[in-house]
Design a protein around this ligand. Structure first.
Ligand code: BDR
Ligand code: CA
Length: 304
């Protein structure tokens, strides 16, 4: 089993990614970061997911704000508490520490993957504290960016847009990076038939996931007139646990931090000429979506 740490901002798809990771990997810890909702809310959501899963995975609290500027949240999609539309259980759990960065540094080992599925603030702070850290881990499989369209702005994806300076540091760090951007994650979608299958399972995790997807479908219907949702964050987990399902190509990726129209854009060098830059990441382009969805559904139906 692969060993990994999830750095997240749950977030509906983050919650599903945590559940999927617990099924297919050894999750050493969960670190939280301000993103979809403020830090307190996403930390509480991470604890809630560990309670639902009945696992002791430690949750370490990370950055409350990006390296530069004010926090940006995604209440329009995830609700003000990050898990809108989902029944909450009283979990009574508390974080293991307030030092996500310290945990990330201490847990480093050559077989440990770091899977960031929120803004990259904690990861950049770890690199700032110890630039060699990236060479002591197996790699970083992140959900963020895109080779084409954005979602927070026409060119920027939310996780990168919420902390472009952090993302720029991560892509320039020399880490072994897999980038699962929107161009990939839009290929893996839930529909109302996914919700029906989960409801029919009649199990706690599946019922939770049915509420998660139903909420996202309601939001998408209101925002773009379609009842389906991209399952972004689980892709970054699958790139580690089931790499054969994902096609990736080495590419130079830089993050725009200044452009008036393009701040937070991942600029992927796709030129075919000899001028193409040295690769800084494996950029994921394709996923076997049918096989990936079966793995997700299997993890959601596999509870006690
Ligand atoms: C990313 O942004 C968040 O809203 C999701 O959880 C995902 O990590 C998609 O752009
Ligand atoms: Ca996320």
């Amino acid at each position: 089993m692969k060993r990994l740490i999830i750095d997240c901002d749950p977030g509906h798809d983050d919650a599903i990614a945590i559940i999927l990771a617990q099924r297919h990997a050894e999750v050493l810890g969960i670190t939280t970061v301000s993103g979809n909702a403020p830090l307190d809310a996403v930390t509480d959501n991470a604890l809630l997911v560990t309670a639902l899963l009945n696992v002791d995975t430690p949750v370490h609290v990370g950055a409350a704000r990006p390296l530069v500027g004010d926090p940006i949240h995604a209440a329009r999609v995830h609700g003000v508490n990050g898990l809108g539309g989902v029944d909450r259980i009283e979990h009574g759990r508390t974080p293991a520490s307030e030092d996500a960065v310290g945990f990330l540094l201490e847990a480093a080992a050559e077989d440990v993957w770091v899977v960031p599925i929120g803004p990259l603030t904690n990861i950049a702070l770890a690199i700032e504290r110890d630039p060699d850290w990236v060479h002591r881990i197996a790699g970083i499989s992140l959900m963020g960016g895109s080779v084409d369209s954005g979602n927070a702005t026409p060119k920027a994806e939310f996780n990168i847009f919420a902390d472009p300076e952090a993302a720029a540091k991560v892509f320039a760090s020399g880490a072994n990076i897999i980038m699962c951007g929107l161009n990939l994650t839009h290929q893996l979608r839930t529909t109302d038939s996914t919700v029906e299958r989960l409801r029919a399972m009649d199990r706690p995790l599946a019922t939770f996931a049915a509420q998660v997807f139903d909420h996202l479908h309601n939001r998408m219907e209101e925002l773009i007139g379609q009842r389906n949702a991209a399952l972004h964050d689980p892709c970054a987990v699958l790139a580690v646990t089931h790499p054969h399902l994902i096609d990736a190509e080495p590419r130079a990726v830089a993050v725009e931090t200044e452009g008036k129209l393009t701040r937070g854009m991942t600029v992927v060098d796709e030129r075919v000429t000899r001028r193409r830059g040295e690769p800084t990441a494996q950029v994921a382009y394709g996923i076997d979506a049918a096989a990936a969805m079966e793995l997700v559904l299997d993890a959601l139906g596999a509870d006690q």
